[in-house]
Design a binder for this molecule. Structure first.
Ligand code: FAD
Ligand code: UDP
Length: 372
């Protein structure tokens, strides 16, 4: 099926990220209905898009993406389109000239302070360090209450300021609450039951999701350029929500990232897939992709540095009180829409990981199914 200016589509989807592709797949394959996806970038996948560079290294173009979930339903659903490379993510943070495990666990303190703690002595140390707060109001409070001032200053304060352009004291507590504090030797970044990387990459996974002839994709197109020419019954929108409403309540802030890749004639660049730099440089972290995907390439490796800002693709909702409140104004309008479904990080203004994006799309599909 080819996109035709005057064709009617019962379902039009804005955005070919994981949310848009999941619901497109369900509509096309379960309902056997035709779907048009409109995507402004020149590729599918949204932020999970990966591709091979000139050295044959598979690059995740919008930063390192590790699939992790406790939702069996989501894991089973995506497993229809990919096999998985078993991968448990580990991150080191470069602090005081040392590489310490992140998130905080016994080993973090032992390396950072040359301690020899076990669980009991770590609990005692943390009890002395942590700040007693009546209420946890911000991301800064989360760390102070769990680990104290020194850990906050060494591992969280500057990283967060770089990443968000503001102090952790202005950010909703949910941001740093993503990071666990552990009293054991578990140095994994995630604890979820299912963890991995799609065996042939995310783009292949995405292509398989939308292989049905019922799905037509129009790339390089802002939906506003063509939407008035299309007769549709249901619009599924996964772009920024303020843009959808022509900024009627003002602009929402989205944080973005600028990615710089470098390729070296070496087998290995760094100790693990991701190293965070809270206190040095303008970038937050360096990813070495071969260490995520286990690609067997000799004498070449590609790394990526992430420079946070506001000027590139919107990637993160901005969870300060000001913008969370402003989103609530948009939300009232969203709830009144009869034939528009809003999905994903940008439209829902939520700091979703991939698994939740897929889960929400699957749940929305079940609601559509009841209506048709
Ligand atoms: P997107 O992928 O942003 O897709 C939205 C699409 O809509 C985009 O392709 C956009 O171009 C398109 N669009 C926007 N406006 C328009 C318009 N006007 N017209 C047409 N198209 C439009 N999650 C994990 O689970 N694990 C991780 O390790 C992980 N790491 C991450 C690292 C980084 C650096 C970032 C930024 C995110 C990470 N995530 C991770 C989160 C993950 O990327 C998201 O949960 C997921 O990709 C969101 O999918 P989406 O479809 O909601 O949004
Ligand atoms: N964070 C930090 N230091 C780190 C890692 C994370 O201060 O070494 C904070 C930072 O504010 C970040 C938040 O914890 O935005 C959540 O981190 P996560 O790794 O979940 O963010 P992601 O990169 O997945 O969006």
């Amino acid at each position: 099926m080819k996109y035709n200016h005057y064709q009617n589509y019962k379902y039009v989807i804005v955005g070919a990220g994981l949310s848009g592709l999941t619901i497109a797949e369900r509509i096309a394959n379960d309902l056997d209905e035709e779907v048009l996806i409109i995507e402004k970038r020149n590729h599918i996948g949204g932020n999970v898009y990966d591709s091979y560079n000139d050295s044959g290294v598979l690059i995740q173009n919008y930063g390192p993406h590790i699939f992790h979930t406790n939702e069996k339903l989501v894991y089973d659903y995506l497993s229809n389109f990919t096999d998985w490379i078993p991968y448990e993510h580990r991150v080191l943070s470069h602090v005081d000239g040392k590489l310490v495990p992140m998130p905080i666990c016994i080993d973090t303190l032992n390396v950072l302070y040359d301690f020899d703690l076990d669980e009991e002595s770590m609990r005692k140390w943390i009890d002395k360090e942590k700040v007693q707060l009546k209420e946890i109001r911000s991301s800064e409070d989360v760390v102070l209450a769990n680990a104290g001032v020194d850990i906050y200053e060494k591992l969280f304060k500057n990283y967060t300021e770089k990443q968000w352009g503001t102090s952790a004291s202005n950010l909703d507590s949910s941001v740093i609450s993503r990071i666990p504090f552990r009293f054991n030797h578990d140095t994994r970044y995630f604890e979820d039951t299912y963890q991995g990387i799609p065996k042939e990459g995310y783009t292949k996974l995405c292509k398989k999701m939308i292989s049905s002839d019922n799905i037509e994709i129009k790339l390089n197109t802002d939906y506003k350029e063509i939407i008035n020419d299309i007769d549709y019954e249901i619009l599924i929108y996964t772009g920024p929500i303020d843009y959808f409403y022509d900024y009627k309540y003002g602009k929402l802030l989205y944080r973005s990232l600028n990615f710089v890749t470098e390729t070296y004639d070496e087998d290995s660049y760094q100790e693990c897939a991701v190293i965070n730099y809270p206190n040095d440089y303008d970038f937050t972290r360096i990813t070495e992709f071969k260490k995520l995907t286990f690609q067997n390439i000799k004498d070449k490796t590609t790394i990526m540095k992430e420079y946070p800002g506001f000027d590139d693709e919107p990637s993160y909702p901005y969870p300060t009180k000001e913008y969370l409140d402003k989103f609530q104004e948009y939300k009232k309008d969203m709830e009144k829409e009869k034939n528009v479904i809003f999905l994903g990080r940008l439209a829902q203004y939520k700091y979703y990981n991939m698994d939740l994006v897929v889960k929400k799309a699957l749940e929305s599909f079940e609601k559509i199914k009841i209506l048709v």
